[in-house]
Design a protein around this ligand. Sequence first.
Ligand SMILES: [Zn+2]
Ligand SMILES: [Zn+2]
Length: 162
Amino acid sequence: MSAGSPISLGWYADTVHAIPRTNRPLTKEEFWQANVIFNTYLEMNLVGVGEVMDLIRPPIRHLQMGPGRPFFVLCLGCHRIDWRNFIDPTTVSRVDPRVAMLGHCECMCCRGCVMLEDDVDGWRRCPKCLRPKSHSTDYPLWPFPDEHFSALTERTRKKVEG
Ligand SMILES: [Zn+2]
Ligand SMILES: [Zn+2]
């Protein structure tokens, strides 16, 4: 089940949860050092994913795209994983801790941080803002920057066409 309203991927969305607050406006240079733009997320369906993932395409339940929205470059939980070295979650193990996970709270944290939270009825709370039911175990949100989503789309197209 989805939790509430869709997450905005529009540039002008309120990014209070995404960008750490400062007491003055960022300069352009600081902004680009501090942020990575994501414009797509996939709501996955990981129920019975075993075979599907290797065959044709990852089991996507819902796709949402927007003009792009800035997210802080580091995992908001541990501040160690850097989204500038984006790892496509469809190319690594489903427990790889470096993968970006978008919470329904709109915080972006690494899978390593999310997995440290207890699974309560299929949901984990956000490691950053602690909102319950932020990360669904079976229906996680996998966010992508534009170029990486384009690469995934291209790979999938080739597989489907054989
Ligand atoms: Zn983390
Ligand atoms: Zn959060």
